[in-house]
Design a protein around this ligand. Structure first.
Ligand SMILES: Nc1nc2c(ncn2[C@@H]2O[C@H](COP(=O)(O)OP(=O)(O)OP(=O)(O)O)[C@@H](O)[C@H]2O)c(=O)[nH]1
Ligand SMILES: [Mg+2]
Length: 452
């Protein structure tokens, strides 16, 4: 197998398209190119050349553009070849079959990026950013992923490590100069430095919730009494007639989900069955589902019919709404009997509008963004945002810093206190992937798509 160490995969979506890109990475991409395009092919790195792809049995499979990357100057760090073929599923299949016949191996999901990580081209937080970039659904999510891909998290971990090493050096100085010889303000130095560092790390950990809102979307439950206009709200936000709207109360019985983008947020909207006292078994099942969804929600849109008396929602639901983040929509303000409902859930922001006439609806998107921004810690654009995995490692760092502080306050010898700091440095290393656990790496990269 001459090209046994070369991996390959289709890097564009399967199916008919204008173009299809097949990627190859391995030590012998230049020789492989010559085998497929003819012995005279001599690529200039990063310059496309028009080539005829000939299979092992000498059939021309396609005319394609070949882009060659030299070892150490490519995404993976190995030599690489990218073939832009005509986007025919048959051509793709024949070319891949031919590459496998020449000894190449199909890449695992995320294997190109994993190779880049293993060759030191990306740290782990940057590799994760590649997946985030591909899956980003809002411009803010893109911005966060771009920043992470540029290495911002790695730089922050380096800065934290430097701060810790300074503290460690100061503590080691105490080993040489016994405590009683040092002025008090010098003893306070390392303690203050550790406390400030712990506070900085804790602020960074707080951004993980926002990261999950960005990546998984804001789980948003639309709830209220039957007929209030919940399904009308979902349709308005989705910009289409996604769910049935009718004057019959109890129209919606199942939970219907729809993803919409509102400002910087992606909302996973859940339209639910109306909440009220009902003897109907099917309706009661629907309501049980609604209540179960409330536990998993990040945000509540409570819809009221402002022309009817305020609804009696189950106390369990009201408790969750009060403790959470909600916006009350006083709908049907076009009806003559409509009255102000600001005394219902008075601590939540309210909007008065009509989903039928559109009156007041222009404020809806901004109202949702405002309510979400008020209820969640939204990092400033310049702030770093970390994932749950990063936050878990950073929490270990904080634990180590607290342990150091405790030892220092107990008057333990400085060398003992300094030894805990090493654990914090290791935790910073875990964030950027100085990880030697093969199983964990496999799990991380398995979440990528094939060809990335
Ligand atoms: N006048 C008026 N009618 C509205 C407004 N919004 C919705 N409706 C009407 O109210 C009725 C119920 O609307 P839906 O959106 O189906 O209400 P729902 O809360 O989903 O109802 P259920 O699924 O049965 O719980 C429909 O006939 C809508 O056309 C509004 O702003 N003004
Ligand atoms: Mg409905």
């Amino acid at each position: 197998m001459p090209f046994g160490e070369t991996i390959t995969a289709l890097s564009t979506p399967a199916g008919e398209a204008a173009l299809a890109v097949i990627r190859l990475s391995g030590p012998d991409c230049e020789a492989l190119g010559r085998a497929c395009f003819g012995p005279r092919w001599s690529p200039v790195p990063r310059q496309a050349s028009l080539c005829s792809y000939k299979s092992l049995n000498d059939n021309t499979l396609d005319k394609c553009l070949a882009l060659y990357f030299a070892e150490n100057a490519s995404y993976t760090g190995e030599s690489m070849l990218e073939l832009s073929l005509h986007g025919s599923p048959l051509i793709v299949q024949l070319v891949l079959e031919d590459l496998l016949a020449r000894g190449c191996r199909m890449a695992e999901p995320g294997e190109f990026t994993k190779t880049a990580f293993l060759n030191g081209k990306l740290d782990l937080s940057q590799a994760e950013a590649v997946a985030d970039l591909i899956h980003a659904r809002s411009t803010r999510a893109l911005q966060v992923a771009h920043r992470q891909l540029a290495g911002a998290i790695g730089q922050r971990m380096d800065a934290y490590t430097k701060r810790l090493l300074r503290v460690q050096a100061e503590l080691e100085a105490y080993i040489d100069f016994p405590e009683e010889d040092l002025p008090e303000e010098d003893q306070a130095g390392p303690i203050n430095a550790i406390q400030t560092l712990a506070a900085d790390i804790s602020n960074l950990i707080d951004t993980q919730h926002y990261a999950s809102l960005l990546h998984d979307g804001v789980q948003t439950v639309i709830l209220g009494a039957p007929n209030a206009g919940k399904s009308s709200l979902l349709n308005w936000l989705a910009g289409q007639d996604r769910v049935i709207v009718s004057e019959t109360p109890g129209t919606t019985r199942d939970v219907v989900a729809e993803r919409v983008v509102v400002g910087d947020f992606v909302l996973q909207l859940m339209d639910t069955a109306g909440l009220h006292a009902s003897e109907d078994a099917l309706e009661r099942l629907g309501m049980e589902k609604t209540l179960a969804w409330l536990d998993r929600a990040d945000f509540y849109l409570v819809v009221l019919d402002s022309a009817s008396p305020s609804p009696t929602l189950p106390e369990a639901a009201l408790e969750k709404i009060r403790a959470g983040n909600a916006l009350v929509i006083e709908n049907k303000c076009d009806l003559p009997g409509s009255t102000d409902k600001s005394d219902f859930l008075p601590d939540c922001p309210h909007l008065r509008l009509s989903l039928r006439t559109g009156q007041g609806c222009e404020a809806l998107r901004q109202g949702i963004t405002n309510a979400l921004s008020a209820g969640h810690h939204i990092p400033h654009e310049d702030e770093l945002v970390v994932s749950a995995r990063h936050a878990a490692a950073l929490t270990r760092a904080i634990d180590a810093l607290q342990a150091t502080l405790a030892r220092l306050s107990e008057g333990a010898p400085p060398e003992l206190a300094a030894s805990d700091l090493r654990l914090a440095v290791e935790a910073f290393g875990d964030v950027v992937g100085k990880i030697d656990n093969e199983a964990m790496l496999d799990q991380l990269f398995a979440a990528f798509c094939i060809g990335k």
